[in-house]
Design a protein. Sequence first.
Length: 118
Amino acid sequence: MSDNTSGTNDGAACGGGLFVADGTNTVTDSTIAGNAASSPAASSQATGGALFADVTTDHVTITGSTLSGNQAEATGDQGSAAGSAIFNRQGVPLDLANRPWPGTSWRGTAGRSRTSGR
């Protein structure tokens, strides 16, 4: 999955590559590269350049996969960006194994992955 953009001109941009909701979600032996969550709006948020997990039950598993060159970018006045690779909104288990993250960048308040909630 590559070169996708989740964007908005007036609010939050979430999950440039993938947006996952409840249930067990698994990504295996895949490449998630060059994706972006991007918003130019004032006071906006951009989260999860590669993956935005909004899971309240079960968990997310990423195995043997490469997350590369993904970004979260909020360029508006007082905008914030978090989780250029992964943003785990609810704080449920996130299982990562064999996961290189080359070239992943962010502009905003957090780094490659971020967990909130719980």
